[in-house]
Ligand binder design. Structure first.
Ligand code: GLP
Length: 252
C-alpha cells in the first residue's frame, strides 16, 4: 500500500483526476470502478472540466459503480444512480449503456447481484477502482464482518452508516436499510485501486487502516493484501498519524 499525502481536499481530488485521466488516455478500453459520497464530488467536477477543455474523452470507457441503495429509483435524488447521472454521466461523453450501477429496484435482488458480477467479468474486470472510506472502515457498502471472500451481495446497513449518510436525506428514517454492494473479493480483483480519504472526520478510520491489522472487522484493511493500492489522503485525515514520514513511505 502506498500513501500519498496531499495538502487538502482540492489537491487530493486533483491528484486523483490526473491518475484517472492518464489511465483513460493510456488504455484502449478502460474499465473504471466508481464511488459515490462527498469525497469524490470534486474529483468528478475536475473530470468534467478536463472533458470540456477537450483534454480527455470517455467514449471508450466503461464504468461500474460500487454500490446502490435498495428501494431507491434513479429519479430519487438520494439514489447513487441519480448522483452519478448528475455528478458525471450526463456531463461527459460516455457511450449509452456503458455506465453500470447495481439496480436497487430489482424484484430479485440476488439475481441482480449475479447479473452485476457477470457484467464486470464480461467487461474483462476493473482496471482502475476508486474507493472512499467509511467511518467504520467500510469500502463500498461492505460493513465490518463482511467476508473477504464476498462477491456482489445485498447488505443490511449498520446504524452508524445510516447515521453518517442521513445528512443527504430529509430524516434518518428515510435512509434505506439495505444496499447492493460489490463484494470485497470483487473489489480486490481490480487491477489498480485508489482510496480517497479526506477530512478530520476520517482521521480515526485512516489511522486504524494505516496502523492496524488486516481483519474482517475493518473491511478496508484488506487493501493491504492488494499489490497496487494507493491511498490519497489529505492532511486533515492524517492528523492522528504521528509519524507522517513513516506514513508517506509505508509500503505493504
Ligand atoms: C458511503 C458509500 C461509499 C463511500 C463511503 C464514504 O456510504 N457507500 O461508497 O465511499 O460511504 O462516503 P463519503 O465520501 O461521503 O464520506
Amino acid at each position: 500500500m502506498k500513501l500519498v499525502v496531499m495538502e487538502n481536499h482540492e489537491e487530493m481530488s486533483k491528484h486523483a483526476c490526473q491518475l484517472i485521466v492518464s489511465k483513460v488516455q493510456s488504455l484502449s478500453s478502460p474499465v473504471l470502478g466508481l464511488a459515490t459520497g462527498s469525497t469524490p464530488e470534486r474529483l468528478y467536477e475536475m473530470l468534467i472540466e478536463e472533458y470540456k477543455q477537450k483534454l480527455v474523452s470517455f467514449s471508450h470507457v466503461k464504468t461500474f459503480n460500487l454500490d446502490e441503495y435498495v428501494g431507491l429509483s434513479e429519479n430519487d435524488k438520494n439514489s447513487y444512480q441519480y448522483y452519478m447521472n448528475h455528478h458525471l454521466f450526463s456531463e461527459v461523453n460516455f457511450k449509452e449503456g456503458e455506465n453500470h450501477i447495481p439496480n436497487g429496484m430489482a424484484s430479485q435482488l440476488e439475481q441482480e447481484c449475479q447479473r452485476y458480477e457477470k457484467l464486470i467479468k464480461e467487461a474483462g474486470g476493473i482496471d482502475f477502482q476508486i474507493l472512499g472510506l467509511g467511518h467504520n472502515g467500510h469500502i463500498g457498502f461492505n460493513e465490518p464482518g463482511t467476508l473477504f471472500s464476498s462477491r456482489t451481495h445485498v447488505v443490511d446497513l449498520e446504524r452508524t452508516t445510516r447515521e453518517a449518510n442521513a445528512r443527504f436525506f430529509k430524516s434518518k428514517k428515510e435512509v434505506p436499510t439495505q444496499a447492493i454492494t460489490m463484494g470485497i473479493e470483487t473489489i480486490l480483483e481490480s487491477k489498480q485501486i485508489i482510496l480517497l480519504v479526506s477530512g478530520e472526520q476520517k482521521a480515526t478510520a485512516l489511522q486504524r487502516l494505516l496502523n492496524g491489522e488486516v481483519s474482517e472487522d475493518f473491511p478496508a484493511s484488506v487493501l493491504k493484501q492488494h499489490q497496487d493500492v494507493t491511498i490519497i489522503a489529505d492532511k486533515a485525515a492524517l492528523q492522528l498519524q504521528e509519524d507522517e514520514q513513516f506514513a508517506v513511505n509505508s509500503k505493504r
